[in-house]
Structure formats: C-alpha cells, structure tokens
Design a protein around this ligand. Structure first.
Ligand SMILES: NC(=O)c1ccc[n+]([C@@H]2O[C@H](COP(=O)([O-])OP(=O)(O)OC[C@H]3O[C@@H](n4cnc5c(N)ncnc54)[C@H](O)[C@@H]3O)[C@@H](O)[C@H]2O)c1
Length: 307
C-alpha cells in the first residue's frame, strides 16, 4: 500500500478479467476501496457470471478493500443503482474507470445490426451511463459545498478506435466515440474541478487472444513472480492509478497510450495541410492538382514561378 489513493472509492467496470482486473488490483494496492463491477459475460456479451467475486477475494487476500458489483453497464437502472449503492454503502465515489467491453468482430458485409448495437451499447452507452450517474452526484456535491469536488473519470479507447482495424467497424466506432465523449466530459467537468481522461491499453487478454494466431490470455493476479512480461494486461494500470490520484488534478481531456513498458501522450485530428481559395468556393474539377501537391504531397510541385 502506498497511500496514493487512501480514502478514495473507485468503481472499475469490467474488472472481472483482463485489463480491468489489473486496474482494480492496482487501485486497491494504492489504498482505494474498489467496487469491482463485472457482468461476468462472455467475450461477445452472452450470459452472466460472478467473476467479480474472484477479484474481490484477490484484493482482500492482499490486504485491500473491495466489494463486488454485477451491474450491466449498458442498463440505465442497474448503473444508477450501482452508483447509489456506492454512496449509501461506502459514502462516496471519487473515481470511475470505464473499462467494460466486448467484441463482435466481422467484416462489415457479415456484421449484423445486433453486432453493431451490442458493441456500441457496452462501450459507448455504458461509459456514458456511468459518467452521467456519477457526474450528477459530483455536481450536486459541488453546488452544496464550495463549488469543487474530487472526481476522476478514466475511459478506455483502443488502437482500433484511433487508427481502425479490419473486422471491427462496430468496435472502432465505439472506441473512437469514447475519445469524443471524454473530451466533452473534460470540458463539462472543469468548472467543478473533476477530470476525464482516456487510456489506450493493451495486453494479452481473452479479448486480444481472440485475434487469429494470438497466444493464451494472461489474467492479472494469477502469478506473483514480479517478472516483466510486455503482454501483461495490467501494465497500463499504474498510469490509471496516477490519473485517479490527487497528483493528476491538472490533467484532463488527454489520451494516454500504455503499451508494454511505454507510455505515450497521443494527440490527433489537428490540421497538417491547409489550402485556401481566397474567399471563393472551390471547384471540384480543379482540386486534383491542388490536393496532390499542397494537401497530400503525392506530386512534386515542380518549379513555382511568380511567388
Ligand atoms: N486487450 C487489448 O489488447 C485491448 C486493447 C485496447 C483496448 N482494450 C479495451 O480494454 C477494455 C478491457 O478489455 P480486455 O481486453 O481486458 O477484455 P476482457 O474480455 O478480458 O474483459 C472485459 C470485461 O468486461 C466485462 N463486461 C462485458 N460487458 C459488460 C457489461 N455490459 N457490464 C459489465 N461488465 C461487462 C466482461 O465480463 C469482462 O470481464 C475494453 O474496453 C477493451 O476495448 C483492450
């Protein structure tokens, strides 16, 4: 225990397996009381289970404090109840880590509307529902007090959302949407002193192990040998704990990739080439050369005479 998160209460969604399990163990290690949320569903979102209990037991066996929660993050009523319970049973909720996720990978021509809707439901609606529930509490507390609260939301994107990935139009759309959701959240939370950031994690979980040719998943907490494994899904968890801590109160609206031993600050969607048509509408049939030379740089300019 380091005390970095002493006295804080954290909700980690999808903390039964993989990356979320790593976050739950890490937050507890730093003194937070952790609500280990997990629906206990399959990788593709079927069925339910009690895997959250297993993670609570690991945390308790290491001297930490945790409670299980089995809410489906896509269900409004269940999410509202989970947040209410945090306040009624634990007195507060300071940190929300939105991590729960499923995949239903198929090329778009084989993907069903259900595959699209369910993936969006868990990742986007789920992150939005938990955020709304906790932010309403924080706002009320800020209004009743000095206008500020302690609040940290950490959402989860993926390389697929940032760069695309074959067979994941549903998942990429969802993971990309989470970045927009978080950037707006960071603006809306600024006045009450709370933050919202995104991490882009990695590791060999049952999710990434479902990719063709991938090796078996590693579950955080399974082995305690201290050996560094670049595919350990919990390698991004220290930066989540730090973002959740008082030390990171000045960080909001950021995207941090945590892969293996590397932490990277990601910045996207800024203009890299601008052309202007001097207050006139562009003509589509004249754009070819301009786009090739001045925008994409795929054609040599040749000599430019006359300035
Ligand atoms: N594994 C990777 O390489 C990788 C890379 C980038 C991003 N991610 C993201 O990390 C997060 C965790 O993925 P993972 O690889 O650990 O997968 P995982 O399957 O090991 O864990 C996801 C957990 O979410 C739970 N879950 C699913 N639907 C839920 C719901 N409706 N309500 C509550 N819990 C639910 C599952 O039961 C499961 O325990 C996901 O958001 C994923 O998109 C993973």
């Amino acid at each position: 225990m380091t005390g970095l998160l002493d006295g804080k209460v954290a909700l980690v969604t999808g903390a039964g397996h993989g990356i979320g399990r790593g976050h739950a163990l890490e937050l507890a290690k730093h003194g937070a009381t952790v609500i280990v949320n997990d629906l206990g569903t399959t990788l593709t979102g079927e069925g339910t289970g009690k895997v959250a209990d297993e993670v609570v037991q690991i945390i308790e066996s290491r001297g930490g404090t945790a409670v299980p929660d089995f809410a489906d993050v896509g269900d409004e009523e269940q999410v509202e109840l989970a947040v209410e319970r945090a306040y009624s049973q634990l007195g507060r909720l300071d940190i929300v880590v939105n991590n729960a996720g499923i995949v239903r990978d198929k090329a778009i021509w084989n993907m069903t509307v259900d595959d699209f809707d369910l993936v969006m439901r868990v990742h986007v609606r789920g992150s939005w529902l938990t955020s709304r529930a906790v932010v309403r509490k924080w706002r009320a507390a800020a209004k009743a007090g000095d206008g500020k609260v302690y609040g940290r939301i950490i959402n989860t994107t993926s390389g697929a959302g940032l760069h695309g990935n074959f067979g994941q139009t549903n998942y990429s759309a969802a993971k990309s949407a989470i970045v927009g959701l978080t950037q707006t959240l960071s603006l809306e939370l600024a006045s009450i002193g709370a933050t919202a950031n995104v991490i882009s994690p990695g590791g060999r979980t049952r999710m990434s192990a479902s990719m063709p040719g991938a090796a078996a998943p590693i579950e955080p907490g399974e082995r305690d040998d201290g050996e560094f494994d670049p595919k350990d899904p919990s390698l991004g968890s220290p930066v989540v704990a730090w973002l959740a801590s008082p030390e990171a109160g000045h960080i909001s609206g950021q995207v941090i990739r945590a892969l293996g031993e590397n932490l990277q600050l990601l910045k996207g969607w800024h203009p890299v080439a601008t052309v202007s048509n001097g207050q006139q509408r562009w003509e589509a049939d004249k754009l070819g050369a301009i786009m090739a030379i001045d925008v994409f740089g795929t054609r040599n300019t040749g000599l430019r005479l006359g300035g």
